[in-house]
Design a protein around this ligand. Structure first.
Ligand code: RP5
Length: 171
């Protein structure tokens, strides 16, 4: 039996609710979604990946966003990437868009960047699922000192790596 999304999400326990919901426009975007998921796991932020298309399943997408308790949405889509903008139109929570590379690339970038005034989407670079996750963590860290500390540690890791890399190329 197919359980409607509406029913499933309303009956979830508080513990299982993802803080960040990662929505893919298609299963073919999964590799980019995994980059976001892995980075969120590194920061100890709960997340979940789902598939819902703005064009192919508009009702499913609307219901999913409406019933989600996530604090931030990461939306990943290619081609005429309407997904991030559509999600932003259904919620006042922050929405991060990740354009997915393809034959053209600028198609998905411009679809996400060129939002009309009043309904913003925070766009990260092409295929940059990991950056979407870091940006989501930065948003959450505004009211979470533990996450803010983890972001500082992450920056320190990058500094250490660059210094190590520099020593290696100098040797
Ligand atoms: C977009 O169209 C999806 O986000 C995906 O990046 C692209 C191609 O979708 P599929 O044909 O692989 O399902 O809606």
């Amino acid at each position: 039996m197919v359980v409607p999304i509406l029913f499933r999400t309303r009956n979830r326990s508080v513990q299982s609710m993802p803080v960040v919901l990662i929505i893919l426009g298609s299963k073919s975007d999964l590799e980019i979604g995994k980059k976001a998921l892995t980075m969120l796991q590194k920061f100890g932020v709960s997340s979940e990946i789902v598939v819902a298309s703005a064009h192919r399943t508009p009702e499913r997408l609307w219901t999913m966003v409406r019933d989600s308790d996530a604090k931030v949405f990461i939306t990943i889509a290619g081609l005429a990437a309407a997904l991030p903008g559509a999600v932003a139109s259904y919620t006042t929570k922050p929405v991060i868009g990740v354009p997915v590379s393809g034959a053209v690339n600028l198609d998905s970038i411009l679809s996400i960047v060129q939002m009309p005034p009043g309904i913003p989407v925070a766009a990260v670079g092409l295929d940059r699922g990991e950056n979407a996750a870091i940006l989501a963590v930065e948003m959450l860290a505004i009211s979470d000192a533990r996450l803010a500390g983890k972001l500082e540690e992450y920056r320190k890791e990058m500094v250490d790596k660059i210094e190590k890399d520099s020593k290696e190329v100098q040797a």
